[in-house]
Design a protein around this ligand. Structure first.
Ligand SMILES: NC(=O)c1ccc[n+]([C@@H]2O[C@H](COP(=O)([O-])OP(=O)(O)OC[C@H]3O[C@@H](n4cnc5c(N)ncnc54)[C@H](OP(=O)(O)O)[C@@H]3O)[C@@H](O)[C@H]2O)c1
Length: 271
């Protein structure tokens, strides 16, 4: 796409942002509306979405649970009744649950997958027909994955696997939608200060402010990259760790044992 084409297809778009009730999605919705786009904001927390509507007349709140296909069908009908189609979708809604060994909650793996992977695909399924009706030259799908997939993190088995699945899915989808001139970008943020990461009890290198992160995403996706990972310092650190997996494992284990004292065994108690 030439710069002129990119500028034209980036003005005044109809954009659906999922997971817009807090964190990155909320900042993305507000920033996109401030740029003059028409934003459809979705999540389960209706009150928070309605507060977005109060911030900007360019935001329409359409609450839904992305794991519930009926609730998404209703979002699809409402988008169709308001607009001719969708120009862009930012598939951002997500959840993180950590596994606590030695006795993890195995059902958490399914819950995380249900939201991050299947929920995102549910949204894609209802967005795709609307993107096909877009009046801009190249509609755009943006999937928010994560840099977690660049290296193994303790307790992140469920979350990391769900994001790796998303990356593979959307990288393949890009090839299949290319003949229809629909672009697909995968965004991999590092640590961003949001309700999701505020639960973390470990040091988060290069933690970013949420509004700064949203601005970086908006700027970068305007040129429709295949993928965008940021901050680059974290990406370099994580990719380097792949060359030294043993040292990385020791570093991560040390960090975990520093923040979470080893669970006492009956033997420890006796000593
Ligand atoms: N923060 C980071 O460091 C970081 C790093 C890499 C990637 N990410 C990704 O960025 C995305 C946004 O995360 P965040 O950090 O901004 O976290 P957040 O503040 O917790 O936001 C998550 C959003 O997803 C929505 N959501 C969760 N489950 C949902 C469901 N079943 N149906 C509909 N909406 C649902 C939540 O809304 P409701 O609860 O109202 O439904 C909320 O709006 C996620 O995909 C996350 O994995 C975050």
């Amino acid at each position: 796409m030439t710069q002129t084409e990119a500028a034209r297809s980036n003005a005044g778009k109809v954009i659906w942002v999922t997971g817009a009730s807090s964190g990155l999605g909320r900042s993305l919705a507000l920033a996109l509306a401030a740029q003059g786009h028409q934003v459809i904001a979705s999540a389960r927390n209706e009150e928070s979405l309605l507060s977005l509507e109060k911030h900007s007349p360019s935001i329409i709140a359409l609450p839904c649970d992305i794991t519930d296909e009926n609730s998404l069908q209703s979002v699809q009908s409402k988008i169709s009744s308001h607009f001719k189609g969708l120009d862009q979708v930012i598939l951002n809604a997500g959840n993180c649950e950590y596994l606590e060994f030695p006795d993890p909650d195995w059902a958490a793996i399914r819950r995380v997958m249900e939201v991050n992977y299947f929920g995102t695909i549910n949204c894609l399924q209802i967005a795709l027909p609307l993107l096909r009706q877009s009046t801009i030259a190249r509609p755009h799908i943006v999937a928010i994955a994560s840099q977690v997939t660049n290296a193994p993190f303790a307790k992140a088995e469920a979350y990391g696997a769900s994001k790796a699945a998303l990356q593979y899915f959307f990288n393949s989808l890009r090839i299949d939608l290319a003949p229809e001139n629909i672009d697909v970008s995968v965004v991999n943020p590092g640590f961003v200060d949001t309700p999701l990461t505020r639960k973390n009890d470990f040091d988060m290198p290069f933690l970013m402010n949420v509004d700064d992160a949203a601005q970086r995403i908006i700027k970068q996706i305007s040129s429709r990259p295949r993928s965008y990972s940021f901050p680059k310092r974290l990406q370099a650190l994580l990719l380097t760790s792949r060359l030294m997996p043993g040292i990385w494992q020791k570093m991560v284990s040390r960090e975990i044992s520093r923040v979470a004292p080893k669970t006492q065994t009956s033997q420890d108690i006796e000593q």
